[in-house]
Design a protein around this ligand. Structure first.
Ligand code: CIR
Length: 253
C-alpha cells in the first residue's frame, strides 16, 4: 500500500519538453488543470500529495518519476538519460531526504530513468532503453542487493520507457502492449493485453486496489474492469503530447 506521493507542478517551459509524439504543443493552462485533477484523484484515494514548486529550468520536470525510484527500504536518485534532464535530480534529492533515511544514487557512467523501473514487490524490472544503459541497470541491481532486493533487466527496442508499455497491477497481473506482449521476461505473470490502437493506456497506475487509467481508452478500461479492478479515468492529453504517461507524474511510496 502506498501512503504518500510527490509531484512537481508543470512549469511554463513545459511546452519545450522532449517529444516524439507529433501530437502538437501542450497547452500549459490545460496541463495545469489536468495536473490538479490528477493530484485530486490521488487524494481521493487517500494518499498524501505533496506538490513541489514548478522548475522552469527543466521543461520535463513535471515527469518526476524519472528522477528517483522509491522502495520500501530506501530511495535511489537516478541519472536521467536525456541531457536536458540531468539537472533534475539535484532538486529531488533534498526533498527525498526528509522521507528516506537511506538515499542511494546512480554514479557517472550509468544512466537510468525511473520510467524504466517497474516494482513487483521486492523485485524490480529494469528496461534497457535509450535512456537506461546496461551500466545504470547494473548499478541499480547492485544497490538493490545491498538491501536484500533484486531485479531483472529487460531488453527492449521500441518504446521510450519500460513502463510506457507495461504496468504492474499487483495480484501477479500485468498490463502489456506492443513489444512486451509475450516478452519472455514476463512469462510468470497473468497478462491483460492492450490493443495497439489503445497502447497509450498500457501505462496505468495501481493505487491501493484502484487502477488509474488515461481517459479515452474504452477497450483498455473494459479489459481492466473485466479482470476485477475498479478504474478511474484521468485526462492526460497535454502530457501525452510530451510522451508522458500516468505513472510519470508522481513518485509513490
Ligand atoms: C521525456 O522524454 O523525458 C519526457 N518528455 C517524457 C517522460 C515520460 N516519463 C516516463 O515515462 N516515466
Amino acid at each position: 500500500m502506498f501512503t504518500k506521493t510527490l509531484l512537481r507542478k508543470p512549469c511554463p517551459n513545459l511546452v519545450n519538453g522532449i517529444t516524439e509524439a507529433k501530437l502538437g504543443t501542450p497547452d500549459y493552462h490545460k496541463a495545469l488543470l489536468q495536473h490538479n485533477r490528477y493530484a485530486d484523484t490521488l487524494r481521493r484515494l487517500g494518499l498524501e500529495v505533496r506538490i513541489l514548486e514548478a522548475d522552469n529550468r527543466f521543461p520535463d520536470s513535471v515527469f518526476v518519476e524519472d528522477v528517483a525510484v522509491c522502495t520500501s527500504k530506501m530511495a535511489i536518485i537516478t541519472r536521467p538519460g536525456a541531457a536536458s534532464r540531468s539537472g533534475e535530480t539535484a532538486a529531488i534529492k533534498n526533498t527525498l531526504h526528509s522521507y528516506f533515511n537511506q538515499l542511494e544514487s546512480i554514479a557517472p557512467g550509468g544512466t537510468l530513468d525511473g520510467g524504466d523501473v517497474m516494482m513487483v514487490g521486492a523485485h524490480f524490472y529494469i528496461g534497457l532503453s535509450d535512456r537506461t544503459n546496461e551500466e545504470g541497470a547494473n548499478q541499480f541491481l547492485n544497490i538493490l542487493r545491498k538491501y536484500d532486493m533484486d531485479g531483472t533487466k529487460v531488453t527492449m527496442n521500441d518504446m521510450l520507457h519500460l513502463k510506457t508499455g507495461v504496468s504492474y497491477l499487483e495480484n501477479n497481473t500485468l498490463l502489456v502492449s506492443g513489444e512486451f506482449v509475450g516478452h519472455p521476461a514476463f512469462e510468470p505473470f497473468d497478462t491483460i493485453t492492450i490493443p495497439p490502437e489503445e497502447a497509450y493506456a498500457a501505462n496505468a497506475l495501481w493505487i491501493n486496489g484502484t487502477v488509474l487509467i488515461a481517459a479515452g481508452y474504452p477497450a483498455a478500461q473494459e479489459k481492466i474492469e473485466a479482470a476485477g479492478y475498479n478504474t478511474i479515468e484521468v485526462e492526460m492529453s497535454e502530457f501525452q503530447k510530451l510522451d508522458g504517461g500516468l505513472s510519470c507524474l508522481s513518485l509513490r511510496f
